[in-house]
Design a protein around this ligand. Structure first.
Ligand code: NAG
Ligand code: NAG
Length: 627
């Protein structure tokens, strides 16, 4: 047994060597980080996207950098209060590289409320991609990491820490993934490098889980012509020298040309690498044949059905089972067999050879060396293989506004608004928030309430402007009710702003009663006695005096000069009115008489036309006696 393991080890090494010699090219996918404030540090910097967590493809995240006081490597859980920023913006946690897995730092940061984490490199080197550890080495749940992570250079890290050390203010940075996914045209091409082996542990389970969950979206996108998906399968080859060894015979087909590792890593037990390669080949042919019939999406059905119906665990992973699935999906078995060719022949297999060629990277894509690997628009997808995260990345591969409806579905919201409201403004009384979740990331944008648009920075304040604004939270202005009396600093006649009502002073958001008595604003005559009141004052005059508010003075209730004047004035008015009435009466009487005389005269003598015309209306207007 030991010698078998030894030999296996040698073979694995050779396989690995064959892979690594070709995989010298590894592309570091970058996003940009720009410093928004302070001004002294403004500018754009590169950051490398990690292979775990959820990078916000197509979106941006603006947040405040927090460099923890304690546990600066982020290797142990942060205890105490979750991280917060003064401006309530999301926290981007800065930690130092080293001490533990990158992913653990991200996990700890996420647990402590960070919206993203940036790791400052500890050495001066070009950026690298932070990878996730193999599942068995991680004592935390890797799949729970939902925040983006990025590595920044040592020097940028130093600059940030320097500014954070002496500035009391905040360092605001913007992480930007909009350029991380090219969007050259209206169709997104993507490929999944996978494996039909379903017993490789955590990575295989994650991959199968993803295929199952993503199937619906993938098929919708493909049917709509929005995407072109192609599955790829990675195979290795036995070095020439070992082609006829026992190991190569059980791991490979076509005389050692196409190999896969033994699923159980045990040659005597269960399935061999060879079985996996044959199944890989079949799945490639399923896609090819389905594609020829114009229904490439059948591949998703085949793979998920095969996993359920023909699992390794249940020892049903076989040619026979696979062919049943092929037929149940209405694919031509003959065509598939023809595509697969003779796996025993000492010859190249066209389909698998092509896969080995495609494995070598070109352009912006590095070589494929780990499984599973997702490539979208020729860029390697970073982050966890999970439905919504991948859908977001695919959606970012469309030009803005050309994305299919599935991309705008609330279903792929990032849910960043659920975490401390995304750091945005909110009003619990109105039950509204400025946090808007889009697949391009969350934004803080003041909402509209009952057709009244709120405006503000979206973080600290949003207030209503325009007609009807006082209906909404009193326009954000001060208002108070006391003893059944309400005063408000919001005037509907003014479209913006707040102004304290008369009797109050303040900025309109806070108004205080003016003490008219103390401040000597009113009621200051010697006879006055002043009593302040909320929103006003009461003024009384001593003795027999009467307070006249408009004059702010006291007058005698007995007739004073002013009183006499008033009386004379009033009498004069009465006299004038009487005279006017009399004159008016006389005038009316005279015109009445005139018209009567005319009427009577017209009975006895003919009048000329003109006169007749003039009298006519008068006659009608007056109640002439009926002769
Ligand atoms: C699928 O079919 C289209 C044409 O219908 C072709 O351009 C494409 O290369 C095919 N894909 C594969 C993987 O065969
Ligand atoms: C607030 O609004 C949301 C939906 O907009 C609703 O689900 C929730 O129940 C509301 N809460 C209150 C307290 O009205």
């Amino acid at each position: 047994m030991a010698s078998l393991w030894g030999q296996l080890g040698v073979l694995m090494m050779l396989l690995a060597a064959a892979v690594s010699s070709a995989s010298a090219r590894f592309i570091v996918e970058k996003e940009s980080i720009s410093v928004v404030s302070p001004v002294s540090l403004r500018g754009r910097h590169d950051a490398a996207i990690a292979n775990f967590g959820v990078p916000d493809y197509g979106g941006t995240l603006t947040g405040v950098v927090v460099y923890p006081e304690k546990g600066r490597d982020g290797c142990s859980a942060f205890d105490g209060e979750p991280f917060k920023s003064k401006s309530r913006r999301p926290v981007i946690l800065l930690v130092d590289r080293g001490g533990c897995y990158f992913a653990l730092k991200a996990y700890n940061g996420q647990q402590a409320g960070a919206a993203a984490i940036i790791v400052a490199d500890s050495i001066n080197e070009p950026l690298i991609t932070m990878d996730a550890p193999e599942e068995e080495f991680a004592d935390f749940d890797l799949t729970k990491i939902n925040i983006p992570s990025a590595l920044i250079t040592q020097s940028f890290g130093k600059d940030l820490k320097e500014v954070l050390k002496d500035a009391g203010g905040e360092v605001v940075v913007k992480m930007d993934w909009r350029e991380s996914m090219p969007n050259p045209d209206k169709r997104v091409e993507y490929q999944l490098w996978t494996n039909s082996n379903d017993e490789c542990g955590g990575r295989c389970d994650e991959q199968m889980e993803f295929i199952k969950n993503f199937k619906g979206n993938a098929q919708l996108l493909e049917r709509g012509g929005f995407t072109r998906f192609t599955p790829h399968y990675l195979t290795w080859f036995c070095p020439e020298l070992f082609r006829h060894s026992q190991q190569c015979r059980v791991q490979c087909i076509n005389s050692g040309r196409y190999c896969a590792p033994d699923p159980e890593r045990n040659f005597n037990k269960g399935y061999n690498g060879k079985d996996v390669v044959v199944e890989n080949l079949r799945q490639l042919c399923v896609h090819q044949v389905a594609n020829e019939t114009g229904q490439p999406w059948i591949w998703w059905d085949f793979v998920t059905d095969y996993h359920v119906r023909c699992s390794m665990r249940e020892e049903k992973y076989s040619k026979k089972c696979a062919e049943q699935v092929v037929e149940s999906l209405g694919l031509s078995l003959d065509k598939i067999l023809k595509c697969m060719g003779d796996t025993e022949a000492d010859a190249e297999n066209d389909v698998l050879r092509k896969q080995q060629e495609l494995r070598i990277g070109h352009g912006s894509r590095g070589d494929i060396s780990i499984l599973p690997t997702l490539v979208i628009n020729n860029v390697q997808y970073r982050g966890k293989l999970e439905r919504t995260a991948v859908l977001k990345a695919i959606c970012a591969g469309f030009k803005e506004s050309t994305e299919p409806i599935v991309c705008l579905n609330p279903d792929i919201e990032t849910n960043q608004c659920l975490r401390s409201n995304g750091g945005c403004w909110k009003d619990s009384k109105l039950n509204v928030t400025a946090c808007k979740d889009t697949f391009r990331g969350r934004i803080c944008e003041c909402p509209a309430v009952n057709n009244v648009q709120l405006v503000g920075d979206g973080y600290n304040f949003c207030t209503a402007v325009g007609p009807g604004r006082c209906e909404i939270n009193n326009g954000g202005c001060w208002s108070e009710t006391k003893d059944g009396q309400t005063f408000s600093a919001c005037q509907d006649s003014e479209l913006i702003g707040c102004r304290c009502p008369d009797g109050f002073h303040g900025d309109g958001h806070q108004c205080e009663d003016i003490n008219e008595c103390k401040d000597k604003i009113a009621c200051q005559c010697p006879e006055c006695s002043c009593k302040n009141k909320w929103g006003g004052y009461d003024c009384n005059c001593k003795g027999n005096l009467l307070y006249i508010k408009s004059q702010d003075t006291c007058i005698s209730k007995n007739l004073s000069t002013f009183g006499w004047f008033m009386i004379v004035f009033a009498l004069a008015c009465v006299v004038c009115a009487a005279v006017a009435a009399y004159l008016f009466y006389k005038y009316r009487l005279r015109s009445y008489m005139d018209s009567e005389i005319m009427a009577v005269m017209s009975q006895y003598m003919p009048l000329d036309n003109q006169l007749n015309k003039e009298t006519q209306p008068l006659r009608e207007g007056t109640s002439a006696p009926a002769f």
